[in-house]
Design a protein around this ligand. Structure first.
Ligand code: UN1
Length: 495
């Protein structure tokens, strides 16, 4: 008998969203076989036709946006407006990827020899294994599934055990859009199916978004067990730098949305505020005031500003990190603990938290929290502020608030992250541009944008020589003087 697990509403744990099978390594194996079978035919479908299926999937998602957003709110705890953004990101991704179906897929260069053509093309990897998190339970599957489909692959996706229903709903929308039977397989559970997928010899590429700890395990296992393309999207410790000339109203709005939007559970969430001492008191005072006015509650209630964190265990973990920060010398300016919300008893709520007096060497200034916690550091000098931004092991996103163009551009140039914002918070990346980070945030791959498709295909370089004779690159064009007389020349009839 297959064991099952339940996905529950983090705001109301009595509300069971669904019961799902806990798949085993054998189930993963069967899923890879089914996806591989379907992939053989899919690989022969012209790319623009594949793109039409992706576009149709986007249309189904758009039709169901409201319903899907409600499911995202219910299962992942995102407030409705943000849940709508999550689904919209998938709709945007479908539009973008579908457009790529009629875009250039390679390069062509003139050959150094005559009567010869040189170009690159792309071929599918085969079956790809996708491991996705709960925090963007529709968007992140779409970032991987749509490009992988366009590139001609079969797919086995293992969503987070905290958001299986969202992934099922996303895949159902793709199926309704005309996806070939069997091409996208969903497996459920926690570590076992993920590990099995990462090492399966029939999986040619693995794409993982999640924590650094799990990502490292997946990467090590995947690389050891066979050659494959691997893309990793891991954590962040994203900073917002506020200079003394910044528009403080703007910085305030950005800090509130960046730090407390999605209850601080985006990889891009703002978790450090690096503020100039001249404006620190005013800005931090206003952030605290606004944080205290945020309404926590059921994310499906449209008047609620901040939903729960994903589990009670997550709330406990965040509380532990705040306690450790206080032990290291930080001060809780507001929040700092799990809270009970009337009407949502048992829900995993954590008060929006601001910590002041944080130093760059404190753990809270270096470790990812993945919760609504903003650590404030005061730094006067711009170069020093940038050193603080760069002084962590992550490099996903950063923001700088200033009215001075030179300051802005200097920061853009020197900040070592994959994404930099000027006068906008660290969250809110758009689909047509690459998404990803430097250092331990990943392994250099970028999702989204045209690069997103590259991770799911293999480049093939093609040379076609129609001269009818052997031509030698690098040699015929610049023959070396061997002292043995003339090199063998062209054939008689060509001369
Ligand atoms: C994530 O948290 O893993 O830039 C993705 C953003 C969103 C995507 C976040 N568009 O905040």
């Amino acid at each position: 008998m297959t064991t099952t697990f339940r996905s529950v509403n983090p705001a109301r744990p009595d509300d069971v969203v669904g019961e799902f099978p806990a798949h085993t390594a054998d189930d993963v194996d069967a899923a890879v076989v089914r996806a591989a079978e379907a992939q053989r035919a899919w690989a022969r479908v012209p790319v623009p036709t594949r793109a039409e299926v992706v576009a149709a999937a986007g249309a189904v998602l758009a039709e169901r946006k409201q319903e899907l957003a409600d499911l995202v709110a219910r299962e992942a705890g995102k407030v409705l407006v943000e849940a709508g953004g999550d689904v919209q990101e998938a709709i945007d991704m479908a539009a973008f990827v579908a457009g790529q179906g009629r875009a250039a897929m390679g390069e062509t260069v003139p050959s150094e020899l005559g009567d010869k053509l040189c170009w690159t093309t792309r071929q599918p990897v085969g079956v790809v294994g996708l491991i996705t998190p709960w925090n963007f339970p529709v968007a992140i599957p779409s970032w991987k599934v749509f490009p992988a489909l366009l590139a001609g692959n079969g797919i086995v996706i293992k969503p987070s055990e905290h958001a299986p229903a969202c992934c099922e709903a996303f895949v159902a929308a793709c199926a309704e859009a005309g996806l070939p039977e069997g091409l996208v397989q969903v497996v459920h559970g926690a570590a076992e199916p993920a590990a099995a997928l990462a090492v399966h010899p029939g999986v040619g590429a693995v794409s993982f978004t999640g924590s650094v700890a799990t990502g490292r395990k997946v990467a090590a296992a995947a690389m050891e067990s066979g050659p494959r393309v691997l893309s990793l999207e891991l954590g962040g410790k994203n900073a917002m730098v506020v200079r003394p000339d910044a528009d403080l109203d703007l910085a305030l709005d950005g800090a509130i949305f960046g730090a407390f939007g999605t209850s601080g559970q985006r990889c891009t969430s703002t978790s450090r505020l690096i503020v100039h001492p001249d404006v620190a008191e005013e800005l931090v005072g206003r952030i605290v005031e606004r944080a205290e006015a945020l309404r926590l509650g059921d994310p499906r209630d449209p008047t609620v500003d901040v939903g729960p964190v994903i589990t009670a265990a997550a709330a406990e973990r965040i509380a532990g990190m705040v306690e450790a920060a206080v032990a290291e010398g930080a001060t809780v300016a507001t929040g700092g603990k799990p809270v009970t919300v009337a009407g949502c008893e048992g829900g995993a709520f954590f008060a929006p938290t601001v910590l002041t007096g944080v130093r760059p060497d404190h753990r809270i200034a270096r470790e990812e929290v993945f919760g609504p916690v903003l650590a404030v550091m005061e730094v006067a000098d711009l170069d020093e502020a940038i050193d603080v931004v760069n002084g962590v092991e992550y490099g996903l996103s950063a923001a700088v608030y200033t009215r001075d163009i030179s300051t802005a551009l200097r920061a853009v140039e020197r900040i070592d992250t994959g994404i930099v914002y000027v006068n906008a918070p660290t969250i809110g990346a758009e689909i047509p541009l690459p998404f990803g980070g430097t250092k331990h945030t990943g392994n250099g791959f970028r999702e989204a944008g045209t690069r997103g498709i590259e991770q799911f295909s293999q480049i093939k370089t093609v040379y076609v020589d129609y001269s009818g004779r052997l031509q030698k690159a690098q040699i015929d064009t610049h023959p070396i003087d061997t002292g043995a007389g003339a090199a063998p020349g062209p054939r008689e009839e060509d001369a």
